[in-house]
Write a protein that binds this ligand. Structure first.
Ligand SMILES: NC(=O)c1ccc[n+]([C@@H]2O[C@H](COP(=O)([O-])OP(=O)(O)OC[C@H]3O[C@@H](n4cnc5c(N)ncnc54)[C@H](OP(=O)(O)O)[C@@H]3O)[C@@H](O)[C@H]2O)c1
Length: 333
């Protein structure tokens, strides 16, 4: 029987994206084998692009955004999932092409679900969310490319943001010497608590010198910013250093030369979390559950209600958000 639920719904009006809290019927949900009661969701940079309409993330309206959720199975036509089980979903086009997690109910393909890691609460899982999962994929890429803790300093750009702050924690925990690049001087003390040895201003990373190469400093880098920051850090990579590039908060263009690649053997590795295969997800989330200090994670997380989402989303695009934002959908979660 159809039930009613609250959702953040995006509409397109006079060429603008307009978010509104609405009551919907479960009949309106898109197709999928599993009906979920959503407990928590998050706000990521991509959600902000979708909710404000600043990025062409959503193409059909009305639409429910939200690229992450933790939910409880209500009903499933796929025997892999039973009512009452707690599940985690990030990416797969949820919140982009398929209605997402910023609602009390969601209906999804069974193949997108993974079990909530044991001993992880819904709220902590969403404090990690796509941002933390992406940070983990970046760290795993550096490891795979042979960047070792003794090799020298590893840079994290956009360090005060969601992906950046969790990357700082994960790299420090793995024994790397972490340097955090940020435009927010006030975030320095927290970044040090999370494990950064040094804080540098993002301008100094973007402009390490006028030539095609600068003095070699970074053994590895996690870049969440792109644009001039990525161009600058490429110039300052050490011999055979690796950059894991996942973001574009500072620009989508990349102006560089071939010299970092052909003279220093620098590797530029692209990271995508949305369509990462399930085996990689399971491995990454098992490590996130093991390696992240829950108290530190709590310190960089704020919790908001669904009714606050529309007002907060534009702050991401102004670069004003620090840390992670969890959206509590079920008041008891
Ligand atoms: N590839 C993937 O699968 C994937 C997954 C998740 C996220 N992402 C991308 O990764 C990026 C970070 O996501 P997030 O959720 O962590 O966002 P976020 O919390 O908004 O963090 C982005 C950070 O980038 C820095 N920044 C913002 N505007 C900037 C500008 N104009 N110039 C230079 N730096 C700027 C700021 O850090 P400071 O103030 O510390 O400099 C900001 O906190 C986004 O571009 C997002 O789309 C990609």
């Amino acid at each position: 029987m159809a039930e009613r639920f609250e959702a953040l719904v995006l509409h397109q009006e006079d060429g603008r994206t307009v978010p509104r809290l609405e009551s919907l019927s479960t009949d309106a949900l898109p197709e999928g084998e599993v009906l979920l009661e959503v407990l928590c969701s998050t706000l990521n940079y991509k959600d902000a692009l979708a909710i404000t309409g600043a990025g062409k993330i959503v193409r059909s309206f009305p639409f429910v955004p939200g690229i992450d959720l933790v939910g409880r199975v209500v009903a499933s036509s796929d025997p892999a999932w039973r009512p009452g089980e707690l599940v985690l979903v990030t990416g797969w086009g949820m919140g982009e092409r398929h209605w997402g997690g910023l609602a009390q109910k969601a209906r999804l393909p069974a193949a997108w679900l993974q079990r909530l890691p044991e001993a992880m609460t819904p709220r902590r899982a969403m404090a990690i969310g796509t941002a933390g999962f992406t940070a983990m994929l970046c760290v795993m890429a550096l490891e795979r490319e042979g960047v070792r803790p003794g090799d020298g300093e590893v840079l994290v750009t956009g360090a005060a943001g969601g992906v950046g702050s969790i990357a700082v924690m994960l790299l420090a925990r793995a024994g790397y010497r972490v340097v955090a690049s940020t435009g927010k001087a006030e975030s320095g003390p927290l970044l040090r608590e999370l494990g950064a040895e040094q804080i540098v201003d993002r301008k100094s990373v973007a402009e390490p010198g006028a030539g095609p190469l600068a003095s070699a400093r970074w053994a590895g880098a996690v870049d969440t910013v792109g644009g001039p920051v990525l161009s600058g850090l490429l110039k300052a990579m050490r011999y055979r250093g690796t950059v894991a590039a996942c973001g574009n908060a500072g620009g989508v263009e990349l102006h560089t030369t071939v010299f970092p690649f052909i003279l220093r053997g620098v590797r530029l590795i692209g990271i995508d979390s949305a369509l990462a295969p399930m085996a990689e997800r399971e491995a990454a989330w098992a490590r996130l559950a093991r390696d992240l200090d829950p108290d530190k994670l709590d310190r960089l997380t704020s919790v908001i209600g669904l009714e606050e989402v529309a007002a907060i989303a534009p702050r991401f695009l102004e670069g004003k958000v620090a840390g992670r934002i969890v959206v509590r959908i079920d008041p008891n979660a």
